[in-house]
Ligand binder design. Structure first.
Ligand code: ZN
Length: 482
């Protein structure tokens, strides 16, 4: 039996990973080495750009509406607000499948799985502060939990690897970027930075939004529904460059842990017998579209994630896999690779044939949005087809009957930065209708209750002049806590 190690990074964007070649500032030598030993998936999408729902979904291979884990948690209740569930006890999980197949299954680090990690022995988490913290890059629990998890992984590895194991190392970083925003941002004062402005990364070309009115309401007013978006709503170009610099720093911390994991596997004599996967639960906006972190949008920076696979039978040399894939493919892919029976009812498609250069036909992949904490509820869906990205939000549209006004359509061949929303462009009417049909078919086939979900958004979160630069006052979660 082959061993499996899945390394999950929370919040990692492809732009911050050197192997993806999307920036000249990425600093991830260890992940790049892993890519050199294996294959790089170029079009891997999360099924929900938020930690909790994404994790419950990929550990079970089911869409969030199926697991019932619809948000990170509900801090408000109401008649139109759906309860946030736990993964049903009879829903198969990766951990359970591998455990039943005789693997030693063990998990280190962040869980936030709502039951999706059933079947893994969960090593209790804790924190260890770093010894040297560079000025300008404050650390919080995210980083300290990673230090602790890596200490536990090292103890386990140095104790001798068991025969046939499936281990998960769940890293928080670069999630520490969220705390960085909180420490460096202020709605009513200048943004302060403790480091020299030398060698700051360049702004992404899609940093500035030019046509606010073309965007669906939840995107136009993300500054009012997401506290980090509110805190960054007045960022200057230079502030965004500091943000990206800090992101590079926290991503490098995750990268160093990847290096340690690979070294310990090699020293234990098991690296060549182990399939290693590096992935993220979702990405980060990275200053694109004047956005930080993630919430509600399905732009490439947040919905598309790094996915790198290396190990026995995997082509080496950083070979690119361009096929459309979904993190829901992890479960069937791991099972097929390891020769374990694939449970019935999974929503993903095995990625294992792609590792043998066999073709997998995929017309589109889909993703979902409901809410972060329940303060604003703006159900949305994404369809990523071969050349286009289509999104549909219920807010501000007529739903299933006429989604006009809640849609985005981007031509990813000519507009990789998703700057021009073509949804209302008569020249793209046929493409739009084709993608509406794909979404309807997806909803029917997956028994997705999307069109029946309710929008719950107070008008005051949709009230200021267009543009995040006009945001003032608290965001919905901040107001609820004040
Ligand atoms: Zn706002």
């Amino acid at each position: 039996m082959q061993n499996v190690v899945v390394i999950v990074s929370d919040h990692l964007s492809t732009r911050a990973v050197g192997a993806y070649g999307e920036s000249d500032w990425a600093d991830t030598p260890n992940i790049d080495l892993l890519a050199e030993r294996g294959a790089v998936f170029e079009n891997m999408y999360t099924s929900y750009p938020l930690c909790g729902p994404s994790r419950a979904a990929f550990w079970t291979g089911r869409f969030p509406h199926d697991t019932g884990v619809l948000c990170n948690g509900l801090k408000v209740q109401g008649p139109d607000i759906l309860p946030n569930g736990l993964v049903p006890e009879d829903m198969p999980t990766i951990g359970e499948s591998f455990k039943n197949a005789g693997y030693h299954t063990i998990h280190f680090g962040k869980c936030h799985d709502s039951g999706g990690l059933r079947g893994f022995e969960i090593v209790a988490d804790g924190t260890r502060e770093s010894e040297d913290v560079p000025v300008g890059y404050p650390e919080n629990n995210d980083t300290w939990k990673d230090n602790w998890a890596m200490d536990r992984f090292a103890e386990w590895a140095e104790g001798g690897f068991p025969d046939s194991f499936c281990a998960v190392v769940d890293l928080q970083n670069p999630h520490n970027i969220c705390g960085w925003i909180g420490e460096h941002s202020s709605l009513d004062g200048p943004v302060s930075h403790a480091i020299s402005p030398k060698n700051l990364p360049e702004l992404p070309k899609n940093n500035r939004v030019t046509d606010w009115a073309s965007l669906p309401l939840p995107i136009r007013y993300i500054c009012c529904s997401h506290n980090r978006a509110g805190q960054t709503s007045h960022y200057t170009d230079e502030d965004w460059r500091y943000y990206i610099d800090a992101f590079r720093h926290y991503a490098k911390m995750a990268d160093e842990h990847v290096g340690t994991i690979l070294r310990l596997l090699a020293e234990g004599g098991v690296l060549d017998d182990t399939l290693v996967i590096l992935m993220a639960d979702h990405g980060d906006a990275m200053g694109s579209h004047q956005m930080a972190t993630k919430q509600v949008s399905f732009y490439e920076e947040t919905a598309r994630v790094p996915f790198i696979v290396a190990g026995p039978g995997v082509p080496t040399g950083g070979q690119r896999v361009a096929t459309l894939t979904s993190l829901l493919d992890l479960f069937p892919g791991l099972c097929e690779y390891a020769g374990i029976e694939v449970p019935d009812g999974l929503s993903g498609v095995s990625f294992a044939p792609l590792l043998k250069n066999e073709e997998v036909q995929r017309e589109f992949v889909a993703a979902e949005w409901y809410s972060e904490w329940g303060y604003t509820i703006s159900p949305g869906r994404m369809i990523r087809s071969a050349c286009f990205k289509y999104t549909c939000y219920l807010e501000g549209s007529g739903g299933a009957d006429d989604p006009t006004g809640g849609e985005e359509l981007y031509d990813l061949e000519t507009d990789r930065g998703e700057m021009v929303n073509l949804a209302a462009d008569p020249a793209y009417r046929a493409v739009l209708l084709e993608h509406r049909d794909m979404l309807r078919r997806h909803i029917r086939e997956q028994e997705d209750p999307f069109y029946r979900q309710k929008v719950v958004v107070d008008k005051r979160w949709r009230s200021h002049a267009l543009g995040y630069q006009h945001h003032s006052g608290p965001t919905a979660p901040m107001a609820a806590h004040s």
